[in-house]
Every structure is written in structure tokens, then in C-alpha cells.
Ligand binder design. Structure first.
Ligand code: SAM
Ligand code: SF4
Length: 323
């Protein structure tokens, strides 16, 4: 089992498979994906298989495939299969902008995907397109419906932004009356490239929490929710609301996740260091060297992030670490 010096146990791997994205979300890649001057090689299927096997043998039971936009990988179906293969892995999830879901949800479920988090920052088409720099609203909503229809467990991710979607919160909740999904509001996090945007758009999720409580929504117990989100439900609504409040005190105390970037770097925190290069161990005959390297790196894991001090670590944007 991977365990750190604070006795936190890491059973959840967030695996980024590409930095590339076809959307231009204001808070992430407002100018779109920029190819770096030095060519990057993303993890191959063989390298992913070695990572997955090692993590599975070291206590990992859940893998989330992310990016960039993970579904832009041509071999995404094989990646899902590869993640689902070890018997220790009970859950294979994916975070996606949803643009390839309407055609592929069923196939990906058959390949072993069980959950999908789809990013949708507004249900107002004009606003959605403005936030994402695309005109893909209809396609994303069709993707959400396909995912629900084929039996995937669906959560929707919405990044809370002051002048974009904060005012629409009440209106957005209406959707949950008949939709059996969890709509998760994620408090905007600061990154190196988006400092000014953060200053303009950050709004504390605490305001949403107070609003929900006032309107009769009730928080589920944390054990039941099992993750960073605080989940709220209401007898009149089929869906639930999740709040991810990374600026809340003690947010990192129960951290259970490790991250691998698309170029094979281990990130101990979303807002940490440059990453520990695992590539040398991925093509190594010694089957134990990878686990040893991860255990050694874990000695450096800090108690928590330093976002409160406006320190996002080395994170230029979340597409680079697999947010
Ligand atoms: N492209 C996929 C997507 O958008 O779902 C996966 C990668 S994206 C980096 C993962 C999640 O991070 C998305 O839900 C996105 O909305 C969220 N995200 C990106 N930048 C963020 C930021 N600065 N603060 C909070 N959430 C952010
Ligand atoms: Fe792409 Fe996801 Fe970033 Fe939006 S949040 S630009 S979809 S990686």
C-alpha cells in the first residue's frame, strides 16, 4: 500500500493520458492547447499497463482517466480496458468534456468504464459556448444523455465563476428535479497562467452551501459521500448537488489520491512540485523499481496545498496535471 508520513493511504490514481484538448475553457486553456516547442511523448499503452499493474498491486482500487481531453486519444478504449483489467481495480472512471460521449458511451462502458464526470459549466447554450470557446453545447448534452441511458454513473462538473454561472445557480438546480445525476460545483482554483482570471472570478462555494441549507437540502454523511465533495440531497429532487471546496480548512486531511501526468510524472498534489519522472522505471525489467520510486517520492508529500497563500505550486493549468 502507498502510505505517506501523515498516514494517508492512497487507493485512488488519477491518470492523465494526454495534455491535448479541443476546448478552450476560460479558466484552463483560454487560448486552446499550445503545442510545446519540445515534442512531448504521451504514455504508451504498454507504459500505462505497467503503471496500472503496479498501482493495483500497491492498494489502488480506483482509477480515473483524465487529461487534457482523454477521449482525444485514439486508443482510449484500450486504455479503459487496460485500467479495468487488474482484479484489484473496482472502479474505472473518466473525466471528460463529453464531446465524444454520445457515440461512444456504450462501447466504453462495455470496455470497463463505470463512472463518468462530464464538465458542463452552464446549461445556457450561449454561455456554455462562451466559457468553453466552442459551439458544442448540444453535443455535450447529448453525451450526458447517452451516458445516463447506457447505465454509466454520471456526475456533472461545473466550475463556479462569479460573472458566468454563479447567478444561474438556482435556475440550474431545476434540472436536478428530474435528472438522476450529481451536479458538482467546483470552486475555481488558482493556477500560474490564470491569476487575474482567478481574482475576477473566484467565489467561495460556502455561499452555495448556505443557500442549499436554507432551501431544505441536507448534507449526506462524509463516509457515504467518500470523496472530496460534500453531497447534498433534497426530497423533491432526483439529482444531488456536490460541492468541492478546496479552500476549506482541512481539505487535504483525507487525501487518498496520486496523480500521473500524461508524460509519466508522479504528482503528489495537484498544486505541488514539477513531478517525479517515472519513465525510467516504466521500461525497466525490475518489476519492483517503480513501486520503490513512488514510495520514496511519497516521503516528500506535504500535509496540504498552499492555495490560501496564493501559491499554486508549479501548476500552469489543470490540463497539464490532469485536474
Ligand atoms: N477535459 C476534461 C474535462 O474538462 O472534464 C478533463 C480535464 S479537466 C482539467 C478536469 C476538470 O478540472 C474539469 O472538470 C474542469 O472543469 C476542472 N478545472 C480545470 N481548471 C480548473 C480550475 N482552475 N479550477 C477548478 N476546476 C478546474
Ligand atoms: Fe479542455 Fe478540460 Fe481544460 Fe476545458 S477544462 S480546456 S475541456 S482540459
Amino acid at each position: 500500500m502507498f502510505i505517506d508520513k501523515f498516514n494517508r493511504r492512497f487507493s485512488y490514481l488519477r491518470l492523465s493520458v494526454t495534455d491535448v484538448c479541443n476546448f478552450k475553457c476560460q479558466y484552463c486553456l483560454p487560448d486552446g492547447y499550445q503545442k510545446p516547442s519540445q515534442a512531448q511523448q504521451f504514455l504508451s499503452l504498454e507504459e500505462i499497463a505497467k503503471l496500472v499493474t503496479t498501482f493495483a498491486q500497491s492498494g489502488t482500487s480506483k482509477i480515473r482517466i483524465t487529461g487534457g481531453e482523454p477521449t482525444l486519444r485514439r486508443d482510449i478504449e484500450q486504455i479503459i480496458e487496460c485500467c479495468a483489467l487488474p482484479e484489484q481495480i473496482h472502479t474505472v472512471a473518466m473525466t471528460t468534456n463529453g464531446y465524444r460521449l454520445s457515440e461512444n458511451a456504450k462501447q466504453w462502458k462495455q470496455a470497463g468504464l463505470s463512472r463518468v464526470n462530464i464538465s458542463i459549466d452552464s446549461f445556457d447554450e450561449r454561455l456554455f459556448n462562451q466559457i468553453t470557446g466552442t459551439n458544442r453545447y448540444t453535443k455535450v448534452v447529448a453525451g450526458i444523455e447517452s451516458a445516463i441511458d447506457c447505465g454509466l454513473e454520471v456526475k456533472l462538473n461545473t466550475v463556479l465563476m462569479n460573472s458566468y454561472n454563479f447567478q444561474q445557480f438556482e435556475q440550474t438546480l431545476e434540472r436536478l428535479k428530474h435528472w438522476p445525476v450529481e451536479l458538482r460545483y467546483i470552486e475555481l482554483m488558482e493556477t500560474l497562467e490564470q491569476r487575474q482570471f482567478f481574482e475576477q472570478e473566484h467565489v467561495s462555494g460556502e455561499k452555495l452551501k448556505q443557500f442549499l441549507l436554507l432551501k431544505g437540502w441536507r448534507a449526506q454523511s462524509r463516509e457515504h459521500a467518500a470523496g472530496p465533495a460534500q453531497v447534498f440531497s433534497h426530497p423533491d429532487y432526483l439529482g444531488q448537488v456536490g460541492l468541492i471546496l478546496p479552500y476549506e480548512q482541512n481539505f487535504c486531511d483525507n487525501c487518498n489520491r496520486l496523480r500521473i501526468s500524461a508524460t509519466g510524472k508522479l504528482h503528489l498534489c495537484l498544486f505541488g512540485e514539477h513531478g517525479y519522472d517515472l519513465r525510467p522505471y516504466l521500461n525497466d525489467d525490475d518489476s519492483q523499481s517503480l513501486a520503490r520510486a513512488i514510495n520514496k517520492a511519497l516521503d516528500d508529500k506535504r500535509a496540504g496545498h498552499h492555495l490560501h497563500e496564493r501559491d499554486p505550486g508549479q501548476t500552469i493549468h489543470l490540463a497539464s496535471v490532469g485536474g
